[in-house]
Every structure is written in structure tokens, then in C-alpha cells.
Design a binder for this molecule. Structure first.
Ligand SMILES: Nc1nc2c(c(=O)[nH]1)N[C@H]1C(S)=C(S)[C@@H](COP(=O)(O)OP(=O)(O)OC[C@H]3O[C@@H](n4cnc5c(N)ncnc54)[C@H](O)[C@@H]3O)O[C@H]1N2
Ligand code: MOO
Length: 429
């Protein structure tokens, strides 16, 4: 891991270019990114309707066994199996629907019952309506039921006191559903990490007019990525290429934010001021430059107790840096286990000769499946300044630093963005 001295203690400014040999490996950089943050301690209680994407602070336990009461799994007829001995039909004594109070099953009779209705006291089976004929106030059964048929027993899903959702879970719609099913309307969650997003560069503008100016791609993208990852995001605008102004903007941010994100001005150019400005603001640079393409000049640092992550300016490098380093930082702050990057196995559907030395992340499209394994097509030409190939990708794939060649059907690992659009899985139901 390379730690960049920017304090001046060695008599230099510590910002000289370093050789390729001291680039951090991606795994080292990720560990360093995570070391800049610690799980937040403060919690808050929110309504279940506001809990999506928030992280549970404690185990949430079931207050009662579920289902609450014995009930019917089908629309049909509830009966006592023994009453059918020697008979094929029973008189219908009435109807019990979901929402009705529990009632008793008269001796030698059946009750019409609907799904979810409480099982009548004395009944021991439900026969589906499809397996019955109703004739003049009686029901004829086309099969001999067994005790327990089509009954959902009280407590058969979960016991009282059982953990429904463990601490450290980022709440997804399925968790919201389970908690709602248990009558839970408020949950204790971790305060969302407060995250500040800056862009930088004299050329970057929200309303480009002058020649040489370009629209800001990184700030809107980072705000969207961070919000999706569960952070409480603040748009801090665009910093000019001026070290003093950047240092002033960073000064004091540690009191307001858990993580500060910048993009641009972290490489070798005369205007690449972020590292120096962080030090001038009283912070420190804990690592810089990763053997990663795109995203080599990434900087990790701290300002008081706040992590400062400096992503490069090139927009695709920003996207990649977010997934590899910032998403894990947000997860750790929020108290969840950071997910591994690109854990899904796939195979190449392309050939590619490349210069080894840096791990490379590239946009891919799912072309199809071979015996259930995704076959990926590589998009774009490894240009980190463009988002165009990324926008039509199904995910990101990664090759290790030593890879100089990828042949068709070579194994790869990838990170799908969600449901892939194009390909049909022959193994799909
Ligand atoms: N001599 C070297 N030059 C460069 C190196 C190197 O190692 N030695 N690294 C290259 C790599 S890799 C990258 S990535 C870039 C990153 O440089 P910076 O982080 O300093 O970024 P900038 O120079 O400020 O900007 C790079 C590029 O991105 C555009 N940009 C910046 N911010 C935005 C934004 N918010 N929205 C859209 N586009 C943005 C900027 O205009 C530049 O074109 O450095 C290489 N150079
Ligand atoms: O990080 Mo740069 O984007 O490798 O070109």
C-alpha cells in the first residue's frame, strides 16, 4: 500500500509522481477505503413506509407466532375426515370467510371455507372446491381427504421471538413485506451516512457557455449512485482549479459529513490540486493511485473523522471508482457488510489483447448463456472519458492486472446492474 506523504515532513511536498510499481492493488485499495470509515453508532426510529434502503440497527424479532391462527390454504370445504367414513357427501352447514371469527364445525357436516379463513373448531382438513361437487345443499367429495390437508397451522411459518431481520440488514421490499406481515410499523435503523459530493475543474459547468466548457457529468451521477446506495447526499457544487478555494471548501466539512467525495484534479496535472488542498485544510492523504483501469489516480484520505475519497475526473473512472471503493464505504458506515465487487461467474464472448499491469473494469452486455453460464460481450474501447458504452451495458466485468489476453469462453467475473434485457436464458422456466 502506498502512503503518500503530503505533510512536508521529508522535506518534499510528497506529491511527486510515483512510478507504476507503487500502485496499490485493487484489493489493497479497497481495504484502505474501508479503513477510512467506521460503522455509525447513532440510530433513529422511522415508519416502516420510510424504511426502504435503511439499515437495521438491532435484530427485529417476531412478537407472535405466524400464522396467528389455524386457517385454510384453499377455497373449498372444511370437514372432520372421520365424518366421511362410509360416506361420500356431507351437508353444508354454512360458510366461513377470511375475516370471520372462528366458529365450530357441527358434527357430521362440512362448512364452505375461503382461503385465509379461520379453520372451524373440530375440522381437520379442507378439500379444494375443484375436488367437490355441490348438489342440493350437500357437498360430494371426489377424494378421501387426510387430516391436515390444506391447513396452514398456527406458528408453522415462524415462532414467537424468532429473528425476522437481523441487525445490519439493508431493508429491501421483501423485508418491508415480512415486517408488515408481522404488524411492525416502526423500525430502528442506522442514521444514513451523510455524504458530500463535489465536482472540480474550471472547464466543468452546470450551464456551459464559454468555449472549452463541458457539462458536469460526475456530480449528478455520483449523487444518484450514492442516494441509491443509501446515503443522505448533499450537492456541494463545482470547485474551481484553485488550491486555496478548494482548501477553504473542505475546511470544516468533517463536522457535517461522514464521507466527502470529489471528482477530478487527483492526477499529475499542474491543476490537480485535491491532495494538496486536503492537506492544507488539515486533512491527510492515506493512499493514492491504484493499479486499476479506469481509476488509477484515486485518492483516499481523511479530514478529522471524515473520510475523503478523491475520484478521477474521467466519468467512467468515476463510475468504476464508486462501485469499487465508495459503495463499500457507504455500506460500512451504514453498518452493513460491504458486498464483493463482480462476484458472478461468466465467460467471455469476445477476444481482446490488452496491456497487462492494471486490473481493468469494462462495460459488458449479456449476449446469451452457455449451459447456464452468462456469455458477455465487451462494449467500448477502454476509454475512461465516455459513459456511452456504459449506458447500454448490462453490467461491469473485471479482469486481473496480469491479464494480457482474453479469448472467447475464458472465465470472467461480473457485476450485473439488474435484470439483463437482451439475452434469453435457455434454462429459464
Ligand atoms: N501524465 C499523466 N496524465 C494523466 C494520468 C497519469 O497517470 N499521468 N492519469 C490519467 C488518468 S488514468 C485519469 S483517470 C485522468 C484523471 O485525472 P484527474 O483526476 O486529475 O481529472 P481531471 O484532469 O480533472 O479531469 C480528467 C478528465 O475528466 C473531465 N472531467 C472532470 N470532471 C468532470 C465532470 N464533473 N464531468 C465531466 N467530465 C469531467 C475533464 O474535463 C478531463 O477531460 O488523468 C489522466 N492523465
Ligand atoms: O483512471 Mo483513468 O480513467 O485509468 O484513464
Amino acid at each position: 500500500m502506498n502512503s503518500v506523504n503530503v505533510s512536508g515532513e521529508c522535506g518534499c511536498d510528497g506529491l511527486e509522481p510515483s512510478s507504476g510499481a507503487d500502485l496499490m492493488r485493487v484489493s489493497e485499495a479497497r481495504a484502505l477505503a474501508l479503513a477510512q470509515v467506521a460503522p455509525l453508532r447513532d440510530g433513529q426510529t422511522v415508519a416502516l413506509s420510510d424504511a426502504l434502503g435503511r439499515t437495521t440497527r438491532r435484530d427485529i424479532r417476531a412478537a407472535a407466532a405466524m400464522p396467528y391462527f389455524d386457517n385454510s390454504a384453499m377455497d373449498g370445504f372444511a370437514l372432520r375426515c372421520a365424518d366421511l367414513a362410509g360416506a361420500r357427501s356431507l351437508p353444508i352447514a354454512g360458510t366461513v370467510a377470511a375475516g370471520d371469527a372462528s366458529r365450530a364445525l357441527p358434527d357430521g357436516a362440512a362448512l364452505r371455507i375461503y382461503t385465509g379463513a379461520p379453520l372451524p373448531v373440530g375440522a381437520d382438513a379442507v378439500v379444494m372446491v375443484e375436488q367437490c361437487n355441490e348438489v342440493g345443499g350437500r357437498v360430494e367429495f371426489n377424494l378421501q381427504p387426510c387430516p391436515g390437508d390444506n391447513i396452514r397451522r398456527a406458528g408453522s411459518d415462524q415462532a414467537s421471538g424468532q429473528i425476522l431481520v437481523p441487525a445490519g440488514t439493508r431493508l429491501a421490499p421483501r423485508h418491508v413485506g415480512l415486517l408488515a406481515a408481522n404488524g411492525i410499523t416502526r423500525v430502528e435503523v442506522v442514521r444514513p451516512p451523510r455524504l458530500a459530493v463535489f465536482s472540480s475543474g474550471n472547464e466543468v459547468s452546470d450551464a456551459p457557455r464559454a468555449p472549452g466548457q463541458i457539462p458536469d457529468a460526475n456530480r449528478p451521477m455520483l449523487l444518484a449512485l450514492a442516494a441509491q446506495a443509501g446515503a443522505d447526499v448533499t450537492d456541494m457544487g463545482i470547485l474551481p482549479d484553485d488550491p486555496g478555494t478548494i482548501a477553504d471548501a473542505l475546511d470544516g466539512l468533517d463536522e457535517r459529513f461522514d464521507l466527502v467525495l470529489t471528482s477530478g484534479a487527483v492526477s499529475m496535472g499542474g491543476k490537480d490540486n485535491i491532495r494538496g488542498a486536503l492537506v492544507a485544510a488539515g486533512g491527510s492523504v492515506t493512499g493514492w493511485r491504484v493499479a486499476l483501469k479506469p481509476g488509477k489516480p484515486v485518492m483516499f484520505g481523511r479530514l478529522g473523522s471524515t473520510a475523503v475519497t478523491g475520484l478521477p475526473g474521467n466519468p467512467f473512472a468515476v463510475h468504476v471508482g464508486f462501485h469499487l471503493f465508495v459503495a463499500p464505504q457507504i455500506a460500512r458506515l451504514a453498518g452493513t457488510e460491504p458486498a464483493p465487487f463482480a462476484p458472478v461467474p461468466a465467460r467471455a464472448g469476445f477476444s481482446w489483447r490488452r496491456k497487462p499491469g492494471r486490473a481493468e473494469v469494462f462495460p459488458v452486455r449479456l449476449r446469451g448463456y452457455d449451459a447456464g453460464v452468462p456469455i458477455l460481450e465487451r462494449l467500448g474501447r477502454s476509454v475512461s472519458a465516455t459513459l456511452f458504452p456504459l449506458a447500454r451495458a448490462d453490467g461491469l466485468a473485471i479482469v486481473p492486472a496480469g491479464t494480457d489476453r482474453v479469448r472467447p469462453s475464458d472465465p470472467l467475473r461480473w457485476q450485473p446492474f439488474g435484470v439483463a434485457s437482451a439475452a434469453e436464458d435457455p434454462h429459464a422456466p
